[in-house]
Design a protein around this ligand. Structure first.
Ligand code: GLU
Length: 492
């Protein structure tokens, strides 16, 4: 059996959508499972819509997800991706071959004329297809049209009888009627650029792609592509059309449903492993029970046989949950690598943190690890660990710092901390208990105001962990700062 070669062939016209990322992932998993090659090809022949920025987004997104490609036109280790815009001569060459074989012809019909005829077909209740008008133009006809300033497109001469069979590894055998479903479609536009349906065949054939794995929205293009393979004498690859991704309301997943681009998920702090795991389940499953798969497990278990025909529903809550699962499985060093850019961007840590700053950050992550769902939350949840001018949440100050004994409790804790040799639970708890008796309050009534004083809010890791992390000096300063604030607000 020939070695598996698959490709991901995005058009760089915008963000990489999760659907595209899922297609890339299935191809990548298939290649890795079979020890084959994964090719990245940027389909940038639509000059008006393709941008370099979008290409970069695709590359960044694949890098983030860890979907590495295996080859490209570059040299040494610095290869790829392939760009269709750099391969225009090839498409021209194969278009000429089709012309020589009588399987392609120039068409001079203007867009307006085509539209008029299409309207007419609709009116007559016929299918809309090119009527073959330019199929038999003489040289004089062409001359005349050119003199009128018309620039031709090139059309493929499709088969006008029979059926084209798509043997799809996911959808089974799908038949297309050549008369009504495949017309003489354009393969080269008047701007001299090849169309998708043509360039994709030339590339997939020349790149020796064995399996074309892509979204089901391309199924209807497949008979057109198969006819071109056959006309050029190329071997037809295997096809696998993978199901569409829907939003919770069962309509096609789109921006309306919230975050859909890989960049957005990256920005919100989804771990690559969680994204890969979640995306793998959009249309594929191993059995009914297992949902958590490491990437290496996915490589081992992935197969096209287990890809479903039914659309997949994108469930953001499940993805969030899964991200939390992965966050909890990470080592602190791994989490630090993901948290660092967020903290740097927020100005909490410098470009190159020193050992002390790094250790402090690791200790903070140890406390936050169990509560994080998205890594982006590390900014809000850790702000008071890094900034001494943290804000006090007004409604929480109102609720907690207006209780009786607040000032006395703050003073009491100030003294206890000052006198303590260490700020851990073992040292401080017995001291705090003494205070409880003095004021006739419960532990919570002592801890709550201290928490607000040290963090500005009422949710934080355990109070002794916060005390230890901040250290004596900062704890004392913060209690003083809090008292000043309460006096300014005339609450004490
Ligand atoms: N450029 C096409 C797209 O982005 C590729 C489709 C295919 O995989 O053939 O939809």
């Amino acid at each position: 059996m020939s070695t598996v070669r698959v490709r991901f062939a995005p058009s760089p016209t915008g963000d990489l959508h999760v659907g595209g990322a899922r297609t890339a992932l299935f191809n990548w998993l298939y290649a890795r499972h079979h020890g084959g090659s994964f090719v990245l090809r940027i389909e940038d022949t639509d000059a008006a819509r393709s941008t370099e920025a979008a290409t970069q987004v695709i590359i960044d997104s694949l890098n983030y997800l860890g979907l590495d490609w295996d080859e490209g036109p570059g040299k040494g280790g610095d290869y790829g991706p392939y760009y269709q815009s750099q391969r225009l001569d090839l498409y021209r060459e194969y278009a000429n071959k089709l012309m020589e074989k009588g399987r392609a012809y120039e068409c001079y019909c203007s867009p307006e004329e085509l539209d008029e005829r299409r309207q007419e077909q609709i009116k007559l209740g016929q299918g809309t297809r090119y009527d073959g008008r330019c199929l038999h133009l003489t040289d004089e006809d062409k001359e005349k049209y050119r003199a009128e300033g018309r620039i031709p497109v090139l059309r493929f001469k499709a088969l006008d009888e029979g059926e084209t069979l798509v043997e799809d590894l996911v959808r089974g055998n799908v038949k297309f009627d050549n008369v009504t479903q495949v017309d003489d479609f354009v393969i080269f536009k008047s701007d001299g650029m090849p169309t998708y349906n043509f360039a994709v065949v030339v590339d997939d054939a020349l790149m020796k792609i064995t399996h074309v794995i892509r979204g089901e929205d391309h199924l209807s293009n497949t008979p057109k592509q198969i006819q071109i393979y056959q006309a050029l004498g190329f071997a037809v690859p295997k096809f696998a059309h993978i199901p569409m991704i829907l939003g919770p309301d069962k309509s096609l997943l789109s921006k309306r449903h919230g975050a859909t681009s890989v960049t957005q998920f990256y920005d919100e702090g989804y771990l690559a492993e969680a994204m890969v795991n979640y995306l793998s389940l959009l249309g594929w499953g191993y059995d009914d029970s297992q949902t958590i798969f490491s990437t290496s497990e996915l490589i081992e278990k992935f197969s096209l046989e287990r890809v479903s025909k039914n659309p997949a529903v994108f469930d953001l809550q499940k993805l969030e949950w899964m991200n939390g699962v992965y966050i909890r499985e990470q080592s602190l060093e791994e989490l630090y690598a993901v948290a660092l850019p967020f903290w740097q961007k927020a100005g909490f840590l410098p470009e190159e943190p020193n050992t002390e700053e790094r250790d402090y950050a690791l200790r903070i992550l140890k406390e936050l690890q169990s509560r994080l769902k998205l890594m982006a939350e590390v900014v809000e949840l850790a702000e008071y660990f890094f900034k001494d001018d943290y804000e006090y949440k007004s409604e929480i100050v109102e609720k907690i710092m207006t209780k009786p004994h607040t000032e006395a409790v703050l003073d009491f804790v100030y003294d206890a901390v000052q006198a303590a040799s260490k700020l851990d639970e073992e040292t401080l708890k017995p001291q705090f208990k003494v205070g409880l008796e003095t004021f006739g309050i419960k532990m919570g009534d002592l801890i709550q105001p201290i928490r607000v004083a040290l963090t500005g809010t009422n949710v934080s890791p355990g109070i002794y962990d916060v005390l230890e992390l901040l250290g004596k000096e900062r704890v004392l300063e913060r209690i003083t700062r809090t008292k000043t604030m309460l006096k300014e607000r005339e609450l004490i």
